[in-house]
Design a protein around this ligand. Structure first.
Ligand code: GLC
Length: 417
């Protein structure tokens, strides 16, 4: 049987956990500190020898993700500094070779995800600051090619040594942030199509992101919810819920995101047809920052009741301007971010009759009214959500709802819109 990439399944999952973690975490200055501080390779390498995460418990990560309603995880197997959390034949800069305990953290992570029934994702940075060829592509092609060889071989290692991997999340397509090089050379340089071909032979169902110069299966807008121009293109937005992608020291994390922020983003993504991958900068000892855990606990309480408006849900064709609606088959969901003082939510210009309306997680049944100007009114709404932070209306219509076209923009003044 010809197994295809499971992009449909991935896009139904909607919500995942991103984890940035490496020997850089020990400094609490983010995952880019080697570059930002211009730390020489040999000096930076010493960080590997002290990387001894005593609280590393990936099963706990996976339980936290699952309880938050997430369906997959993506761990930085290797970031731009080249430090591998896995065993590699082609690099000596790995936790297995250089760090206390000589552990393969990727192996333990993969097992933990599977143990909790979550899909397994691996982030891998193709570029590696330790290679002069990354900075001098034009004059040191040999080094650049060695970097590419390392990338191809390590990706094959990751795809061969850990059983089934569901998501491959590349990053670092650019070469030395040279805009000219980026546009002209980077996409072809990595030979992404060839590498992905090999990946798919090893992992036929895997889904692959677009950050190796090959569009592959899905796009990855970063830090903002920005669906691709082509509406048929699957996408996943990634954002961090901690100060940065990698761990930043200092408690409390004043930039920690609230459950409302995380869930609003998730709904924004789903209502525009995308997934949401929310990141945690893992502490050096392997633990998740307390603020993130607290937030995810609240997220999970909401998801347990309201998840039906998220999983397998997609965008709707009417009211594209208002990113609070999602749809699953014939059922529509409207997420309320505020509570009108008159208890009435009014949807104007709607050609739609309601068959049934309810509130997820509540027995209270709101009233449906119809008024002039195609106003559909959901009245008698409570003044707070049954499960904070948002109330979800579940609406079944008698027929597919449509938004009325406003031919005369002033017609509503007399009630004839
Ligand atoms: C960027 C950054 C990186 C981060 C990633 C997450 O490309 O270089 O540090 O891992 O985005 O999307």
């Amino acid at each position: 049987m010809d197994i295809q990439p499971d992009i449909g399944g991935f896009m139904r999952d909607r919500f995942g956990m991103f984890l940035h973690w490496g020997c850089y975490s020990q400094l609490g200055k983010g995952e880019w500190n080697m570059f930002f501080e211009r730390t020489p390779v040999e000096e930076y390498a010493k960080l590997a020898a002290t990387f001894d995460p005593r609280a590393f418990n990936p099963r706990e990560w996976a339980r936290t993700a699952k309880a938050a309603g997430m369906r997959y995880m993506v761990l930085t197997a290797r970031h731009h500094d080249g430090f591998c959390l896995f065993d590699s034949r082609v690099s000596d800069f790995t936790s297995v070779k250089c760090s206390p305990g000589h552990r393969d953290y990727v192996a333990e992570y993969v097992e933990a995800c599977r143990g909790e029934g979550l899909k397994v994702g691996l982030y891998y940075s193709e570029m590696d600051w330790r290679f002069p060829g990354y900075f001098h592509y034009r004059t040191d092609l040999k080094s650049a090619e060695a970097m590419r060889r390392q990338c191809h071989e390590q990706v094959i290692e990751l795809m061969s040594n850990y059983g089934r991997i569901d998501i491959l999340w590349y990053d670092g397509l650019w070469l030395a942030h040279d805009p000219k090089t980026d546009a002209e050379i980077s996409p072809a340089f990595w030979q992404g199509r060839a590498l992905n071909g090999r990946v798919r032979r090893l992992q036929p169902q895997i889904v692959i992101n677009n950050r190796l110069g090959d569009p592959a299966d899905f796009d990855t807008p970063e830090g903002r919810i920005a669906p691709p121009a082509d509406p048929r293109r699957p996408w996943e937005c990634c954002k961090t819920m901690t100060h940065g992608w990698g761990y930043y020291g200092g408690t409390p994390d004043v930039f920690a995101r609230s459950a409302a922020e995380v869930l609003k983003d998730l709904i924004d993504c789903v209502s525009q047809g995308g997934n949401y991958l929310v990141n945690i900068g893992v502490a050096p000892d392997g633990s998740l920052p307390v603020e993130a855990v607290r937030t995810l606990h609240e997220v999970g309480e909401w998801m347990a009741v309201n998840g039906e408006s998220i999983y397998g849900a997609s965008s709707i064709d009417f009211q594209k301007d208002h990113y609070a609606w999602t749809r699953r088959g014939d059922v529509y969901y409207y997420h309320m971010y505020s509570y009108p003082l008159d208890g009435r939510k009014v949807f104007p210009l709607m050609d739609a009759k309601v068959r049934d309306v309810s509130i997820l997680g509540s027995d209270h049944v709101p009233r449906v009214e119809y008024a002039s100007n195609g106003r559909l009114v959901i009245a008698d709404l409570p003044s707070s959500p049954p499960i904070p932070p948002f109330l979800t209306l579940r609406i079944e219509f008698e027929s597919e709802p449509r938004k009325r076209e406003e031919k005369d923009p002033g017609a509503w003044l007399t009630g004839r819109a």
